[in-house]
Design a protein around this ligand. Structure first.
Ligand code: MG
Ligand code: MG
Length: 236
C-alpha cells in the first residue's frame, strides 16, 4: 500500500508542476493516466463503477467526482484532483486542491483550512482512539471558520478494494465508530464548502456540486494506524 500511495503522491506532485490556465481537464487526465502506467501501476478509478477516467477533476463549486473532458481550467479556479492507483492488488487514494494563478482570498483560506482539517483528522488516527475522534477533529476545524462540512460523502477504509469498511465521516461525535487498531488503513478526505454543506448530483450522474454554487475544497490522504504516529502512505 505504501507503493500504491507513493505513485498517487508522485502524480499529485506532477499535477502541481503541470496544471495551468488553458489546459482542459481531459488533457490533465491523460497526463495522469500516462504517469500512473509509466510507474507500472493501474489507474484505480478508471472504470470503477463505470467512471470513465483516471482522475476525478472538480472545479470551484464541484465538490468531487468531476468527469474530465473539454472543460478548460481558468485563472482563479480552484481545482480538486483526486487520484487512485493499484499496485500488486492494493489501492492508494489521495486528493489535493490546486489554486490556479491568482485566486480570491476567500478561496485561498478555504484551501488552507481544509488542509488544516485533514491534518487535525490524521493526528487523531491512533490506536485506541475512536474513529469518531478523526471525524470530530475535521469538523471542528472547518466549522470554526464557518464552513459547511459535506455529509453526503465520506472517507473510507481502503486495501484490496478502494472502498472498504469503515466509513470515515468528516463530522460527528468523538464517541462514534469503532476503536482504531494497528494495521487499519483509512482514506481520510474532508470535503469542505465555503457555504452550505448541502450538495446535489449533476445530470451526468457523477459530478457532485454545492447546492448554493459556492466553492468547495477537497484533500485526502491514505494513512495506516501504527503502534505510534499515523503513517501517511500517500507521500512521495
Ligand atoms: Mg480519493
Ligand atoms: Mg477516497
Amino acid at each position: 500500500m505504501r507503493r500504491a500511495g507513493r505513485v498517487v503522491a508522485e502524480v499529485l506532485d506532477m499535477v502541481e508542476e503541470t496544471i495551468e490556465p488553458g489546459m482542459t481537464t481531459g488533457r490533465l487526465d491523460m497526463l495522469i493516466e500516462d504517469f500512473i502506467r509509466s510507474r507500472g501501476a493501474i489507474p484505480g478509478f478508471k472504470n470503477y463503477q463505470g467512471f470513465p477516467a483516471s482522475a476525478c477533476i472538480s472545479i470551484n463549486d464541484e465538490v468531487v467526482h468531476g468527469i474530465p473532458g473539454k472543460r478548460v481550467i481558468m485563472e482563479g479556479d480552484i481545482v480538486s484532483v483526486d487520484v487512485g492507483s493499484i499496485v500488486d492488488g492494493f489501492y492508494g487514494d489521495s486528493a489535493r486542491t490546486y489554486a490556479i494563478g491568482e485566486v480570491s482570498e476567500e478561496k485561498l483560506r478555504l484551501l488552507e483550512n481544509t488542509q488544516k482539517s485533514l491534518v487535525a483528522g490524521i493526528d487523531k488516527a491512533r490506536k485506541g482512539n475512536k474513529l469518531g475522534e478523526i471525524s470530530a477533529a475535521v469538523q471542528a476545524v472547518a466549522e470554526a471558520e464557518g464552513y459547511g462540512v459535506v455529509r453526503q460523502l465520506v472517507g473510507h477504509g481502503i486495501g484490496r478494494n478502494m472502498h472498504e469498511e469503515p466509513q470515515v465521516p468528516n463530522f460527528g461525535s468523538p464517541n462514534d465508530g469503532p476503536v482504531l487498531k494497528i494495521g487499519m488503513v483509512l482514506a481520510i478526505e474532508p470535503m469542505i464548502n465555503l457555504g452550505t454543506y448541502q450538495v446535489k448530483t449533476l445530470p451526468d450522474g457523477w459530478t457532485i456540486v454545492t447546492a448554493d454554487g459556492k466553492a468547495s475544497a477537497h484533500y485526502e490522504h491514505t494513512i495506516a494506524i501504527t503502534d505510534d504516529r499515523p503513517d501517511i502512505l500517500t507521500v512521495a
